[in-house]
Design a binder for this molecule. Structure first.
Ligand code: PMM
Length: 301
């Protein structure tokens, strides 16, 4: 008898394909690979991000792009609703949530591990409810005071990125004597506040904040000193993909390379970051960056 057919008297046929319950199929933080640097795909649901803003007319379009990254091998999809580029428009938390929550829900349902790029504890709380496993907070020293308790209570992972000021003021605050020492000290100060609120050290992911209140030479010095950040004892994330300092590096005939011409240099940064101990790289181009971190892992043996 055809195995698809129901035996007489046993009711409707059962499917031969095992149905994965969403909770079983969904990736969790514990499932992330441990033998190489991870790749976080950037999904900006914003009209004005510097490299990829304004690409999605609907939540379904954004989910489709997130799924493309998921199937290209992204370990994490980072969903953001508010542009963080210098002088970006400020939006309300309601607008931010309207942009990102359906996208978070759709991607989590499809089995992706999702982080949410937000500076607001109310948005973070709703995103956690929608299934986000990581809060990516670029507010740095100016963090939302409700954030530490939220992270402690929900036991989610938290990316603590360095920055001074906000998108309106950060460029004017890019003054350092010793950028590595100052960024380390400022990050440690914020980190200690999270630990004092009951956040466990392994929940914290440290990010030097490439391009945030940093001039070009600061970014290179921070990348050169990545090991010092790893020495803090937390996972380290690097977000350099297509950023302005790479455009400046690739200046031709007096003209900086535009974001879409910075992809190969971004790959080089990912490879070097992986070779210098980064736990994760946050990137626009998932497939090629995944190849790059695999090369770095194979090289390191
Ligand atoms: N960069 C941007 C946005 N979010 N998050 C972390 N943790 N690290 C970064 O370097 C970072 C970030 C800005 O880049 P985008 O506009 O391409 O998202």
């Amino acid at each position: 008898m055809d195995s698809l057919a129901a035996a007489p008297g046993t009711g409707p046929a059962t499917s031969p394909i095992p149905v994965l319950r969403p909770a079983r199929a969904r990736k969790s933080f514990a499932d992330l690979p441990k033998n190489r640097t991870l790749v976080m795909g950037i999904l900006n649901v914003t009209p004005d991000s510097f490299s990829d803003g304004g690409r999605f007319a609907t939540a379904d379009d954004a989910i489709a792009e997130g799924l493309r990254m998921h199937y290209a091998g992204a370990d994490i999809i980072d969903v953001g609703g508010e542009s963080t580029r210098p002088h970006a428009d400020v939006i309300s938390e309601e607008e931010e949530q309207r942009r990102i929550l359906p996208v978070v829900e759709g991607l989590v349902k499809a089995g992706a591990l999702v982080s949410v790029d937000t500076m607001h504890a109310t948005t973070a709380a709703k995103a956690i409810e929608a299934g986000a496993a990581i809060i990516n907070d670029v507010s740095g020293l100016d963090f939302d005071p409700a954030m530490p308790d939220l992270v402690a209570q929900h036991k989610v992972h938290y990316i603590l990125m360095h920055q001074r000021g906000n998108p309106q003021t950060m460029d004017s605050l890019a003054e350092y004597g010793d950028v590595v020492e100052e960024v380390l000290a400022e990050l440690t100060g914020v980190r200690d506040k999270f630990l004092a609120s009951g956040v466990a050290p392994e929940q914290i992911i440290i990010d030097p904040g490439i391009g945030f209140a940093k001039k070009e030479e600061h970014n290179w010095e921070l990348l050169r000193s990545l090991g010092r950040f790893a020495d803090l004892g937390h996972r380290v994330l690097v977000g350099a993909s297509r950023k302005r300092f790479l455009g400046t590096l690739l200046t031709t005939a007096g003209k900086a390379a535009p974001p879409q011409e910075r992809a190969d240099a971004s790959l080089a940064v990912s490879t070097l970051a992986a070779a210098h101990g980064a736990w994760c790289v946050r990137v626009h181009d998932v497939g090629p960056n995944l190849d790059a971190v695999k090369v770095a892992a194979a090289w390191a043996g």
